[in-house]
Design a protein around this ligand. Sequence first.
Ligand SMILES: [Zn+2]
Length: 328
Amino acid sequence: MHASSPEGSTNGAVGGIDLGGTKIEAVVADAQYRVLGSARHPTPTGGGPADVASAMASAMAEAARAAQLAPAKLRGVGVGSPGNVDSEAGTVARADNLPGWYASFPLAAALQSALGTPVVLGNDVSVATNAEFRLGAGRPYRSLLGVFWGTGVGGGLILAGEPWHGRGAAGEIGHMVIVEDGRQCPCGRRGCLEAYAGRGALETHARALQAKGEKTRLFELAAEHGRDRLTSSIWARALEHGDKLAVKLIDRAVLALGAGIASAVNLLDVEAVIIGGGLGLRFGEPFRERIADAMGPHLFNDTRPPAVVLAALGDTGGALGAALLVGG
Ligand SMILES: [Zn+2]
């Protein structure tokens, strides 16, 4: 009667999708969150939310095929999404990095009908933080701050062992004000951490300085590598070449991160800070140390600084965190 599960059984397998501005990462994981299959598709650059949803469904179907499962056999699929996510309604609005995504779109329902399994939505940065807490670098701690240093600077919080969302928008460390009336932030306000450290703001600033006559090879390097943006690896290459402008901007970014993260630590006194994101992962260990050093002068409780550690799950952290949303 009671069938025993053989080793490697896929009973209880779940799906997770990380919806990013440039790529859609999908994984299928077993009940212990070991990855059974994965797929990565580019995020559509035109069309609208329905096109993005169908690209997400294809990525999930491909990950399921790699795991030798039909999507409908999954216990559920979790999604980490940018923008304003309403988990209860299953909708996403104002996902600015995605094509034509301003109004509220019923993403959970669209994916559910395409995949034939229940779909749960969460905020992309919150789910990535929770993945590090449950499965990655955050496992030894009960409270932590995840800092995702990439195009923007995202943040996620775990307090007393539970994700903290506030009224739904907590963790926006990128918009901590580090310079009153400072540089313009992509959010439209001034002096935010992200205005000094986000890859998008860094590129805007680099372009403006180049237009004023400062020399840099950043844009040549991007062109040589067929990139129309300054990606994390272009920044890393420019630093390796000792490009003065790149060095100056990244040095400033590190100081900004130190001030913003230390301020958050002064308020919350978390045990650990986890550094992830495209730039965070690309720059790695030397920058983990530099950020910890930059926090030092701003820490009120400077005899007991928090642990500062690198995210351990890499590129699949977001999708695994999304899979954790399925619960059970
Ligand atoms: Zn801002």
